[in-house]
Design a protein around this ligand. Structure first.
Ligand SMILES: [Zn+2]
Length: 115
């Protein structure tokens, strides 16, 4: 199952992935069974490996902050439609599916990015 970000921990400051210590915070991820606490860089890597190919360190930090602020609300507008030629995000969407539909309706020259 794909990994999901479910929060931030400032109690656990050691990345369970690479063992790095003294992190400010760790990102809490779940694969639907257990929880993992990873630094944002390892979290992004793990999410990319599990199929979230747009997950970047900055995106992981943004989404986990958002979730920490509003624990019961889904992260909003985490995806964007990028105009590849201009490098600008033309619209943002709450889910990847919506962003993918927006990309598909625009045709070539656009791609889904994490924002
Ligand atoms: Zn790590």
């Amino acid at each position: 199952m794909a990994l999901r970000i479910i929060g931030i921990s400032d109690e656990v400051t050691t990345c369970e992935c690479c063992g790095r210590t003294n992190l400010k915070k760790t990102v809490v991820l779940t694969d639907g069974e257990g929880e993992k606490r990873y630094g944002s860089e390892c979290a992004a890597k793990a999410m990319r490996k599990s199929g979230d190919k747009f997950a970047s360190k900055a995106w992981v930090e943004k989404v986990s902050r958002e979730i920490a602020r509003r624990p019961n609300a889904p992260a909003r507008d985490s995806f964007g439609v990028l105009n590849v030629a201009t490098g600008r995000v033309v619209t943002t969407c709450s889910t990847r599916e919506i962003a993918e539909q927006a990309v598909a309706s625009r045709g070539s020259g656009y791609e889904v990015v994490g924002v």
